[in-house]
Ligand binder design. Structure first.
Ligand code: ADP
Ligand code: MG
Length: 272
């Protein structure tokens, strides 16, 4: 069977700034496929290229065997949540969800309302349709954005850093939601993330991009990349939490300066 997404010899970048060269990889149906890499290495650009918003320098992206999938030129075949995940602040949650439905279908208002209610139930926010976005917590906004991405019943969902800016509990709940959509509906998910907990908890496959070499420097199951990669850059990324945390240095003159080695020193170790 052909993969759901087949990327062949893809090069992407802006002007003379090449971000990734000759990248080939496949996303299989049912995957939770995670794209990782340092800040500015081109993860979001790659995601936008996969959905057809950015045009590659060369190479091809085929979704379900066809190339040239274009967001904005027809009914989208997939759901997308961008990094900002922004809801339209002047519209209620229900109106945010109804937008694409009214644009791409001839459903009656009652049918649209029924689908909106069902999608909110799917993400655990039943009854929230009359709320305004600014009444919601960060985690709830992300759930609404996922519900909105699901209104046209996609089988493929793209998420750019879904848990960015969320507290650990909301982040954990969002992972559980993504996993339940994947397992319950068979949804294939392609997401950008740098949250190790999330990657190990729900990721089935992973690629790591590298800005300097402009290559995919790792590809495989997250756990395997953690334990068996011979590449120090890959090993360092996937083992960030395993590094022992030095005790704070007592200081007579007040609190010590923040340590800079790891941004998440106080987080518990990730359990396999
Ligand atoms: N629309 C754009 N126009 C020009 N350069 C861009 C644009 N979007 C991103 N870039 C550049 O491409 C590089 C990669 O950006 P991005 O894909 O957002 O990285 P990441 O998501 O990995 O942090 C950055 O140097 C960024 O400045
Ligand atoms: Mg990004």
């Amino acid at each position: 069977m052909t993969p759901l997404i087949a990327v062949n010899e893809l090069s992407i970048g802006w002007g003379d700034d090449v971000l990734l060269e000759h990248a080939s990889f496949a996303v299989e149906r049912g995957d939770i496929f995670v794209i990782v890499g340092g800040s500015g290495c081109g993860k979001s650009t790659l995601l936008r290229t996969l959905i057809g918003l950015d045009v590659p320098m060369s190479g091809s992206v085929k979704i379900d065997g066809t190339s040239g999938a274009r967001l904005g030129t027809g009914r989208p075949e997939f759901g997308v949540m961008f990094q900002s995940g922004a809801l339209l602040g002047s519209m209620t949650v229900g109106e945010n969800l109804a937008l694409q439905l009214t644009e791409w279908s001839d459903l009656t208002p009652d049918a649209v309302s029924a689908i909106v209610r069902a999608k909110l139930r799917l993400v655990g926010l039943q009854g929230a349709e009359d709320k305004m976005p600014n009444e919601l917590s960060g985690g709830m906004k992300k759930r609404v954005a996922i519900a909105r991405a699901m209104v046209l019943e996609p089988t493929l969902l793209f998420l750019d850093e879904p848990s960015a800016g969320l507290d650990p509990v909301s982040s954990f709940e969002l992972d559980a939601l993504i996993l339940s959509l994947n397992q319950g509906l068979g949804l294939t998910v392609v997401m950008v993330s740098h949250e190790l907990e999330s990657i190990f908890a729900i990721g089935s496959r992973c690629i790591m991009l590298d800005r300097d070499s402009k290559r995919i420097i790792a590809s495989g199951e997250p756990q395997a990349l953690r334990t068996s990669s011979g590449d120090p850059r890959v090993s360092a990324f996937f083992n960030r939490h395993a590094a022992p945390v030095p005790p704070p240095v007592p200081s007579a003159s007040g609190p010590s300066a923040p340590r800079s080695s790891s941004p998440r020193q106080s987080a518990p170790e990730v359990m396999p």
